[in-house]
Design a protein. Structure first.
Length: 97
């Protein structure tokens, strides 16, 4: 079982902005827990066969790219806001399914 308090991430802000705001305000933030949670979330997303994310976020785009790197193919995916970067095209090393 994985013990992790996810309440610290309950916000409408991207994690980058939440971390900066907390650090700028002098609020205490467990950066190690943030890093571990981020790495775990990314590893779990990268192991998916289908991805639904927001491509305005580097995080979702990175997850998609890691899936492509793992499988050698572009998985079925949906962006809830903007198309994938590079003018909406996948990187040249990715092959459409």
């Amino acid at each position: 079982s994985l013990e992790m308090d996810r309440d610290v991430f309950d916000s409408n802000w991207y994690i980058e902005y939440r971390m900066k705001a907390a650090l700028d305000s002098g609020a205490e933030m467990d950066l190690e827990a943030v890093a571990e949670s981020t790495a775990l979330d990314l590893a779990l997303l990268a192991d998916c066969d289908i991805l639904v994310g927001t491509f305005s976020s580097h995080f979702s785009r990175l997850a998609l790219e890691l899936i492509v790197a793992r499988t050698g193919q572009v998985p079925p995916y949906v962006s809830l806001d903007v198309p994938y970067g590079l003018g909406g095209r996948m990187p040249p090393y990715a092959q459409d399914q």
